[in-house]
Design a protein. Structure first.
Length: 91
């Protein structure tokens, strides 16, 4: 298992990015969360198999129709530090 915190920057709030990301993560059977940050970015923590994580990273660069992603920051962490049972969007 791999674990990654990602910070998605660009026009990613108010365009359905969190809901879209949640659907992608659930489809890929990842656990973790996605939430908006006060500075306009979106943060997600994802845990899963390497192939699924690489796939969501590729999809995240495109995002939903109205999103414009400019950068994705990746911060690895130890999956043993978190105990997610599913993927959720935090409001």
């Amino acid at each position: 298992m791999q674990a990654l915190k990602i910070i998605i920057q660009g026009n990613v709030q108010g365009v359905g990015y969190r809901r879209w990301f949640e659907q992608q993560a659930q489809e890929l059977q990842l656990t973790g969360y996605v939430k908006n940050l006060d500075n306009g970015d979106v943060e997600a923590e994802i845990i899963g198999k390497e192939m699924q994580i690489q796939e969501i990273l590729k999809r995240s660069l495109v995002g939903p129709l109205r999103a414009q992603v400019t950068k994705i920051e990746r911060i690895p962490f130890d999956p043993a530090e978190r105990e997610y049972t599913h993927f959720q969007m935090i409001r």
